[in-house]
Design a protein around this ligand. Structure first.
Ligand SMILES: N[C@@H](CCC(=O)N[C@@H](CS)C(=O)NCC(=O)O)C(=O)O
Length: 215
């Protein structure tokens, strides 16, 4: 099989790409990366020295593609399917990419910072960093709540890259700082995301590992 996907089912950025793969029924060979296994970690570092998951390897085109958004763009370009995750129209595509950046930088990043702090050794915590991350999440929740007042998906009627980017960090952020009672429209959007078969499948596959989430 041409496409090899290096990932872990619990890793939120990997779930973002899994959603895109499942939306289009793109065939791929799964390769689970286990950072607790030195051989697996070393093989992954060889592929992408930054060692952040996910990474896509395309043997047919001899390309190694890191970074979740770039992988989804690459798939849209070279392995398109029925779901147009990046709209063809230039202005809509720009807006979609902006929302993808928003979810990565202002929901995913602060969520990861809070999780990362919980995994630090005793005495090495960063309460100031956690406070700033929580304030960022609070701000982002408010922005999403307002934006989703009249939308089904992040870009309107069509499910796009922006929704792939939104689901996983909202899932974990909601465990750390629940938005259900305070942000009704965001909560309804999140519910729609969890019912989307592509995301529901990624979450079901992550379920056996959920016990490792420090939430
Ligand atoms: N900007 C990257 C972020 C990827 C990322 O943060 N991946 C996490 C898993 S969700 C990871 O590999 N963490 C391992 C580590 O930091 O050692 C992307 O969009 O793919």
């Amino acid at each position: 099989m041409s496409l090899k996907f290096f990932f872990h089912p619990l890793a939120s950025y990997c779930q973002k790409v899994l959603i895109a793969l499942y939306e289009n029924g793109t065939p791929f060979e799964p390769h689970v990366v286990d950072f607790s296994n030195e051989a697996s970690a070393a093989a992954f570092r060889k592929l992408w020295p930054v060692a952040k998951m996910p990474v896509l390897r395309d043997d047919a085109r001899d390309r190694t593609i890191p970074e979740s958004s770039i992988i989804i763009e690459y798939l849209a370009q070279h392995y398109p399917g029925p779901a147009e995750l990046i709209p063809a129209e230039a202005e809509l595509a720009l807006q979609t990419r902006l929302r993808d950046r928003f979810y990565d930088l202002y929901v995913h990043e602060p969520m990861q910072r809070i999780v990362g702090d919980r995994l630090r050794p005793a005495g090495k915590n960063d309460p100031h960093g956690v406070e700033a991350a929580k304030a960022q999440l609070q701000l982002s929740y408010g922005m999403i709540d307002e934006e989703m007042a009249a939308r089904t998906w992040a870009m309107g009627d069509a499910f796009t890259l922006a929704d792939c980017a939104a689901g996983p960090p909202l899932f974990f952020a909601n465990k750390l700082m629940p938005f259900g009672g305070s942000h009704e429209k965001l909560a309804r959007y999140f519910e729609r995301l969890t019912r989307r078969p592509s995301f529901a499948r990624a979450l079901a596959e992550a379920e056996p590992y959920m016990k490792f989430f420090p939430g």
